[in-house]
Design a protein around this ligand. Structure first.
Ligand code: CMP
Length: 145
């Protein structure tokens, strides 16, 4: 099934953009949109609304607002699950224990600082693409290039 998904590189690993682009191309996915954004507290807590009240929410908000993120839309057959496979398990140490070559295994630090985001379902992909790339064409966040 031809799908679109939303991914982003979290602030501490934006310097790995080249490796990420290579991994995406090797996997046969297409980067159809890309932008650099600074998420502020407000936009980050909206983006992660489903995690409100969770123990890791505070750390997560500090993390994703500490610098710019690089957000992209990917298109391809089963793009949602394929991008999730490419980034690997939420916890990079688990990813490394599996001797995985996933992006989180290669570049992630710990379960909070895991480097990469990927939409987990068609509904969240649609919502998250719209979040970073609104169909209105307006700049979605206060600081987005
Ligand atoms: P992601 O799956 O992209 O979205 C939720 C984020 O919360 C996750 O990446 C991590 O950055 C962070 N997080 C921190 N601790 C946890 C945890 N125990 N379970 C899930 N996510 C966590």
């Amino acid at each position: 099934k031809l799908e679109k998904t939303l991914g982003f590189i979290k602030p501490d690993v934006c310097d790995k953009l080249g490796d990420v682009v290579d991994a995406i191309a090797e996997r046969g996915l297409l980067i159809s949109k890309l932008r650099l954004c600074i998420m502020d507290q407000n936009s980050a807590s909206n983006f992660y609304a489903e995690h409100r009240g969770k123990s890791f929410m505070r750390d997560l908000l500090v993390y994703v607002t500490q610098g710019p993120v690089i957000a992209f839309e990917l298109v391809g057959e089963n793009a949602i699950s394929r991008w999730r496979e490419l980034i690997g398990p939420t916890d990079p140490s688990k990813a490394r224990a599996e001797a995985s070559t996933s992006l989180r295994a290669r570049f992630g630090t710990d379960v909070t600082h895991n480097g990469f985001h990927g939409s987990d379902s068609p509904a969240s992909a649609a919502r998250e693409v719209e979040f970073f790339f609104p169909s209105s064409g307006r700049n979605p966040l206060p600081n987005c290039v």
